[in-house]
Design a protein around this ligand. Structure first.
Ligand code: IPM
Ligand code: MG
Length: 371
């Protein structure tokens, strides 16, 4: 099959990790006889430097006419340290989400058996943890009216949600729960916020349509604690934009590294796939960034495009790299591989139709000869 994929590498480590995903996708295309046309475009600080705009019109147009968007990362310290900057890289990503109507951000989190001992949390606490976060992505405080008083002494960010905005993502989350362990937890702050009360009311009404799913409600402060104390209790988490941003970074600790967590943003027609980690500027260009979150985002993209078998092949390659410790320094401290070599390993596993790598009796030897 033929697909047009927009590639937005962005800032910091974005380009080098995205490059590994492209490598992997090319191997998939070869093995399964597909045609993927990749077209690059600038976004974020890279686009500000180039064109003065974090989301140039050409980039947006490319995304709109593509079958899917593969996104790297966004953000640059020169803006982080300058709160008075008029244009910010992040605006590019936020506008892109809004313009493409990507109202649902889906972030799966799982504890990997072979990484249990690497998490700062106790292995017995996280073993078996398996959840997916449905984060609302185009509403709430991120997109409400922003203002700063003339004297610069008072600022405000408005948090607004409509019933429709809550309903559409709630249905997606309930449907996901039906295919999983049939539990949905709404995370909100309904004891304080009016928007949260609207979320609770709406979700509670919709839950009647999904009698097979057990619906729970949890305040976000408690949820932040429960995520560390007992993450196994979560199956599908549904939450608004900002709480989802915070909770998903916290949840990444369960997976062993934030460098492993992928995400899909879907909505009214377009779809974008991106790792949840940021641009990690300190690591840019050093070949130490973990490409697995990007590659797993690419696997989500394949599944979205209807290529389930291909997606499973990529996931399998990622699992193997973790099992064999063919990993970057965030996971493999003592004997780490570079970003590119992890990508090369994944590529060779995908191209290895005979199963030489998987079946090799001496896996370590096998991996050495292949890379
Ligand atoms: C994320 C990121 C973004 C967000 C930033 C880069 C604007 O943290 O995707 O989680 O806050 O949504
Ligand atoms: Mg975030």
């Amino acid at each position: 099959m033929k697909f047009n994929i927009a590639v937005l590498p962005g800032d910091g480590i974005g380009p080098e990790i995205t490059q590994q995903s492209i490598k992997v996708l090319k191997a998939v295309a070869d093995r399964f006889d597909h045609e993927f046309n990749f077209e690059d475009a600038a976004v974020g600080a890279a686009a500000i430097d180039l064109l003065g705009d974090p989301l140039p019109e050409v980039t947006l147009e490319l995304c709109k006419r593509s079958d899917a968007v593969l996104f790297g990362a966004i953000g640059d310290p020169k803006y982080d340290n300058d709160p008075s900057a008029k244009v910010r890289p992040e605006q590019g990503l936020l506008k892109l989400r809004k313009e493409l109507g990507l109202f649902a951000n889906i972030r799966p989190v799982k504890a990997y058996e072979s990484l249990l001992y690497k998490s700062p949390l106790k292995p017995e606490t996280i073993e078996g943890a398996d959840m997916v976060i449905y984060r609302e992505l185009t509403g709430g405080i991120y997109f409400g009216e922003k203002s700063i008083s003339e004297d610069g002494k008072t600022a405000s960010d408005l948090c607004t949600y409509s019933i429709e905005e809550i309903e559409r993502i709630a249905h997606l989350a309930f449907k996901a729960a039906e295919t999983r362990r049939k539990k949905l937890t709404l995370i909100d702050k309904a004891n304080v916020l009016e928007t949260s009360r609207l979320w609770r009311k709406t979700v509670s009404r919709i839950s009647q349509e999904y009698p097979g799913v057990k619906t729970d409600y949890m305040y976000v402060d408690n949820a932040a604690m429960q995520m560390i104390l007992n993450p196994k209790q979560f199956d599908v988490i549904l939450t608004e934009n900002m709480f989802g941003d915070i909770i998903s970074d916290e949840a990444s600790v369960i997976g062993g590294s934030i460098g492993l967590l992928e995400s899909a943003s879907i909505g009214t027609g377009n779809a974008l796939f991106e790792p949840i980690h940021g641009s990690y500027p300190q690591a840019a260009g050093q070949g130490i960034a973990n490409p697995l979150a990007s590659v797993r985002s690419a696997a989500m993209m394949l599944e979205y495009l209807g290529l389930k078998k291909e997606s499973d092949t990529v996931r399998h390659a990622v699992d193997l790299s973790i099992r064999l410790n063919v990993c970057t320094i965030d996971i493999n401290k003592d004997n780490h591989y570079s970003t590119e070599r992890v990508g090369d390993f994944l590529e060779s596993v995908i191209s290895d139709t005979e199963g030489h790598i998987v079946n090799n009796e001496n896996l370590n030897l096998g991996q050495m000869t292949i890379i």
